[in-house]
Design a protein around this ligand. Structure first.
Ligand code: NAP
Ligand code: HSE
Length: 446
């Protein structure tokens, strides 16, 4: 069989000669293993769809002796990135290593050498997506990344293709399967945070460093990727509101439930014109809302288009096979573009503009506060006063029977700026009324 040349893109912009498409797989863990399983199971159907067979030529790993989920010819496995990135028979590189480096330099080298790339790496895309897309454009190759957001949910292609004719101005979603799984297990099954996390890791949902999940960073990376697609935004790297579920107390989840809410780790993206609002944090949402019923490892994303109105997508957001479905769907698109002699067609034509973030204090929503206060006369009035002075109006107040000279006050506010809550809490901290730090959770009416 003839091997493809390692030549620049211009030579590729003619119809493929009918030979198989060579694939280099970087990483063979949870997702890489799923990709190989899917390629093996559906080889004939994929060949029919693309027009030529897809052949995995090299697989980069760290440990050659680790057992793999599919049987691999030992000669295919390598620990040398050059063996993949300079192999002239590799036309498409699939990056499923994760993290910014060394994955970033491998992706850059692959694109720079005129190879198409499929990646599931949201951390890399959030940090360097615009530069990598520019490089792909320059080299007229594809950089496809459906699996980077929402696991198996086709949200990237929905924004790229289906919403190409519309203007998306708002998104709200549950984008971290690990967080959603942990919260669901804690709420529904009463298991501890630690045990639910261990379970999520065993199922292959969590990142290699699970604090990326539980600290809210993984969801934030995905939101940045969506903001590029939905708002054409190139947001700055710092300044987003990012909070995780690791500090959540079961007590607040229970109180929220009594008030008709459930707690989800949510991302919110809004295009305000001059600035973009991007936030990722635990949020109270109505149990009966569409996102309120998205549980377990499922992700959900609600997009608002000016012409279409709301559009809701949901499905399995993590795990080997759902993610592999997205990776391989990208591979099929990219392979078809290669066969047609038009690589770059899938991902080209995007224009990203630098956009500032809305200042965190400017975002407006309702708020849930739980304050442990001294159980003394005048405290409630001073707490309400501090909020009133900051321009925050209260919608609901409840105080549980105090114990040991202390009591919990739960407050739900009307819509107020995040910054106003910070101001009020700072004023309260200066008094001796607060016994410990306040719990502050945001509420979204979706
Ligand atoms: P994983 O199970 O930890 O697999 C990582 C793979 O990369 C392993 O095969 C590992 O080799 C290899 N690797 C790591 N560092 C390497 C290095 N320096 N040189 C060569 N090989 C290296 O991770 P994963 O869960 O498959 O995730 C991979 C990517 O997909 C990440 O970007 C992740 O965020 C993304 N993603 C994951 C999911 C999911 O549900 N897991 C969903 C969507 C997206 P060894 O096997 O030899 O250790
Ligand atoms: N760790 C990620 C999650 C994998 O739990 O959502 C899918 O991107």
């Amino acid at each position: 069989m003839a091997l493809r040349s390692n030549s620049p893109t211009s030579e590729r912009r003619r119809p493929h000669g009918g030979e198989p498409i060579g694939i280099g797989l970087l990483g063979c863990g949870v997702v890489g293993g799923g990709v190989l399983k899917l390629l093996q199971a559906n080889a004939e159907a994929f060949q029919a769809r693309v027009g030529v067979p897809l052949e995995v030529r090299r697989v980069l790993v760290r440990d050659l002796d680790k057992p793999r989920v599919v049987e691999l010819d030992r000669a295919v496995l390598t620990t040398d990135p050059d063996a993949v990135l300079t192999d002239p028979s590799v036309e498409v590189v699939i990056e499923v290593i994760g993290g910014e480096e060394p994955a970033g330099q491998y992706v850059e080298r692959a694109l720079g050498s005129g190879r198409c790339v499929v990646t599931a790496n949201k951390a890399l895309l959030a940090a360097r997506g615009p530069a990598l897309l520019d490089l792909a454009d320059e080299r007229r190759v594809d950089l496809a990344f459906e699996a980077a957001v929402g696991g198996g949910i086709p949200v990237v292609r929905t924004l790229r293709d289906a919403f190409a004719s519309d203007d998306v101005f708002e998104m709200a979603g549950i984008l971290n399967g690990t967080c959603n799984y942990i919260l669901t297990r804690m709420i529904d099954d009463g298991v501890t945070f630690e045990s639910a996390l261990a379970d999520a890791q065993a199922k292959g949902y969590a990142e290699a460093d699970p604090t990326l999940d539980t600290g809210g960073f993984d969801a934030a990376h995905k939101l940045v990727v969506l903001a590029m697609l939905a708002f054409g935004a190139r947001p700055p790297h710092d300044g987003m509101v990012i909070e995780g579920i690791d500090g959540l107390e079961l007590k607040d989840i229970e109180i929220a439930a009594r008030l008709g809410y459930t707690v989800k780790h949510l991302v919110i993206g809004r295009d305000h014109g001059a600035a973009v609002e991007l936030r990722a944090h635990p949020t109270l949402i109505r149990r009966t809302s569409v996102l309120g019923s998205v549980s377990g490892v499922l992700n959900g994303i609600k997009l608002e288009g000016r012409a279409l109105g709301p559009c809701f997508l949901s499905g399995r957001g993590a795990g080997d096979m759902p993610t592999a479905v997205s990776v391989v769907a990208d591979l099929l698109d990219v392979a078809r573009s290669l066969v047609a002699g038009v690589p770059g067609l899938v991902t080209g034509g995007r224009r990203l503009v630098k956009r500032p973030l809305l200042a965190p204090g400017e975002a407006t929503m309702r708020h849930y506060l739980r304050l442990r206060v001294r159980d003394e006369p005048g405290v409630m009035a001073r707490v309400a006063g501090a909020l009133g002075d900051a321009g925050v109006s209260l919608s609901q107040i409840e105080q549980a029977e105090g114990k040991g000279g202390e009591a919990d006050i739960v407050l739900v506010t009307h819509r107020a700026k995040d910054g106003a809550i910070t101001t009020a809490l700072e004023a309260m901290k200066k008094s001796a009324d607060l016994v410990k730090g306040a719990v502050h959770l945001r509420i979204e009416e979706l």
